[in-house]
Design a protein around this ligand. Structure first.
Ligand code: 2P0
Length: 325
């Protein structure tokens, strides 16, 4: 019997500026359209994977507690199919987030798992293939393989549905303020089920899909030109279109709380006062605000004063997923 092999990895979550919301049918967790994101230094997951011939089943420990390993095992089966270790694995993962709820932990989680598991299994894999592997764990995880601005391609086939980094003069200047909306309500709708439900029942879904390619083109042009206003404007509009689509699903999927709307109003006020501030919202009530290094602290203070906001964090762009031991 061979001995246990282990590796640890760190990955940052990412926030989409042009959202992924809807899958193509069939295997491989293929997105219906592309997406574009910013990886964030403030949202870090660290994961250690140990392939151990003494284990009978895969085990998952999430933030110190034993957790359901079904999705982890599905993912580890993909790693084992790449020809490295065939042993079961113990996965110990920790989200080092300022708060635990609804902050893209599946993106950082599956990116860190992809890096740690392939390394621990002894599988050699190039970065693009690693993004495709991470995508099969969670669509947004493909983007967390890279730091900074990242473009996910929907492609026509499995091989074409990968993520790649995008260079931009904005990378040094951009910041994201994360405003956490409290209330303690657990997330009502997991993203995976909610996007399938939206695709099946929302009369706005086809219009949403038609919105994404031109929004991607606008966002990429803004990144190339270093135009934060253009990037922020399209990001806010794209997020609101995604949420309009989910709200029109039957029955509706509504992620917002009263503080979410209050934050959107505060962001408009900040812009009216000449500040750089554009909002985006994911599968939860929190609001993330794209801003620049000059305005980040002012924006964070303003958002902290909105009723219902329990915490704010200013994040720099984060690095790509990497092995840490
Ligand atoms: C995104 N979200 O682009 C969008 C916007 C949430 C809102 O990707 O089913 O957990 O695992 O592929 O990646 C969340 O969905 O979905 C997500 P799966 P995932 O960031």
């Amino acid at each position: 019997m061979t001995s246990a092999t282990t590796a640890s990895a760190r990955a940052c979550a990412n926030i989409a500026l042009v959202k992924y919301w809807g899958k193509r049918s069939g295997p491989g967790n293929l997105p219906a359209e592309g997406s574009l994101s910013l990886t964030l230094a403030a949202l870090v997951t660290e994961t250690t994977v140990t392939f151990d011939p003494a284990l009978a089943v895969d085990e998952l420990v999430l933030d110190g507690e034993p957790a359901n390993a079904v999705r982890t095992t599905e993912f580890l089966e993909l790693v084992r199919s790449l020809g490295g270790s065939q042993a079961r694995a113990r996965v110990v993962t920790h989200n080092k987030f300022p708060t635990a709820s609804g902050l893209a932990s599946s993106a950082s989680g599956f990116a860190a798992l992809a890096v740690a598991a392939t390394r621990a299994a002894g599988v050699t894999i190039d970065p693009r293939a690693l993004t495709r592997l991470a995508r099969k764990g969670s669509g947004s995880a493909a983007r967390s393989i890279f730091g900074g601005f990242v473009r996910m391609h929907a492609g026509d086939r499995d091989e074409d549905a990968f993520a790649e980094p995008i260079t931009s003069p904005l990378l040094d200047r951009v910041r994201m303020v994360i405003a956490i909306v409290g209330g303690g309500a657990p997330k009502l709708h997991g993203s995976r089920d909610a996007m399938d439900h939206t695709a099946e029942t929302s009369p706005l879904y086809q219009a949403w899909l038609a919105t994404v390619p031109p929004d991607l083109a606008t966002a990429e042009a803004a990144l190339a030109a270093g135009d934060l206003e253009q990037l922020g404007t399209v990001a806010e509009a794209n997020a609101l279109a995604m949420h309009a689509t989910t709200m029109a699903a039957r029955p509706a999927v509504i992620y917002w709380q009263p503080a979410t709307l209050a934050l959107l109003a505060a962001v408009r006020t900040l812009r009216g006062n000449g500040r750089a501030a554009w909002a985006t919202i994911d599968g939860g009530p929190h609001v993330k605000v794209l801003t620049n290094v000059e305005d980040a602290d002012h924006v964070a203070r303003a958002l902290a004063g909105v009723e219902g906001v329990t915490a704010t964090t200013v994040s720099m762009p984060g690095a790509g997923a990497e092995v840490i031991s």
